[in-house]
Design a protein around this ligand. Structure first.
Ligand SMILES: Nc1ncnc2c1ncn2[C@@H]1O[C@H](COP(=O)(O)OP(=O)(O)OP(=O)(O)O)[C@@H](O)[C@H]1O
Length: 224
């Protein structure tokens, strides 16, 4: 299996000092190569779930196993390394660095892994997403669809086992939405990557076989 959450609990500390429970998940599994869409009301904890899976946010308790490795109990520095090498991310807002070209953004994605960044591989990835003519453009010189394609190339840079996508098509038009989804799905299929994709769009969700609603497997109720 690619991902297994067991008895995962996460709460935040409110400004008044009280505790705000967000996640209480007994079991959630994504099998190898499975592509899963996650939907749920605003504020129900979807981004928090992606953040605990990636190890950006620590859990209060529970186990998170990714490709056979339990990450919740790892020291932070080890978890950061694991994240860099095993998990790819695509965000709603792309998160590209504005001072760097498309090629440099992909190379930067590689620099967090222990492997040596390869310009050839970075170029190959940009060609794969159809941006061979945009290698040296900076984010502000590219359309939003192109920027998101750079983000997809960056997410694939370290050959991840799991791809986490947080509303990757929310800021692109319909034509680009299709392109981005196709790229993500093809890349996952071809490279045996499992994917968890958060979306608010029914259009996007209906293209996937497995659609999970967070409030149905999270014992903490939505706050929306
Ligand atoms: N660092 C934080 N500290 C305190 N509360 C937080 C923090 N991050 C998120 N929250 C709260 O946790 C809840 C879940 O937030 P989260 O962003 O995970 O929801 P979401 O389902 O992704 O929402 P949306 O669909 O609107 O993006 C929200 O009520 C939010 O205000």
């Amino acid at each position: 299996m690619s991902l297994l959450l067991e008895n995962v609990k996460k709460s935040y500390r409110e400004p008044d000092g009280s505790t705000l429970p967000i996640l209480d998940i007994e079991r959630f599994e994504i099998k190898d190569r499975e592509q899963v869409v996650l939907i749920g009301e605003s504020g129900s904890g979807k981004s928090t779930l992606l953040n605990v899976i990636s190890g950006i946010t620590s859990v209060d308790s529970g186990k998170i196993t990714i490709a056979g490795t339990e990450i919740a109990s790892m020291a932070e520095v080890v978890r950061d390394q694991f994240r860099a090498e095993r998990i790819g991310f695509v965000f709603q807002t792309f998160n590209l660095l504005p001072a760097f070209s498309a090629l440099e953004n992909v190379l930067l994605g590689m620099s967090f892994s222990r492997k040596k960044p390869s310009r050839d591989r970075a170029k190959e990835l940009l060609v794969l997403v159809g941006l061979e003519h945009r290698l040296h453009h900076h984010p502000k010189q590219m359309s939003v669809g192109e920027q998101q394609r750079v983000a997809v190339a960056r997410a694939l840079a370290n050959q991840p086992r799991l791809l986490l996508a947080d509303e990757p098509t929310a800021n692109v038009d319909i034509a680009n939405q299709e392109t981005i989804l196709e790229l993500l799905r093809d890349a996952c299929n071809q490279n045996q990557i499992a994917m968890l994709l958060v979306t608010h769009s029914q259009e996007v969700a209906k293209q996937f076989e497995r659609v999970e609603t967070l409030t149905e497997f999270n014992k903490v109720h939505a706050r929306a």
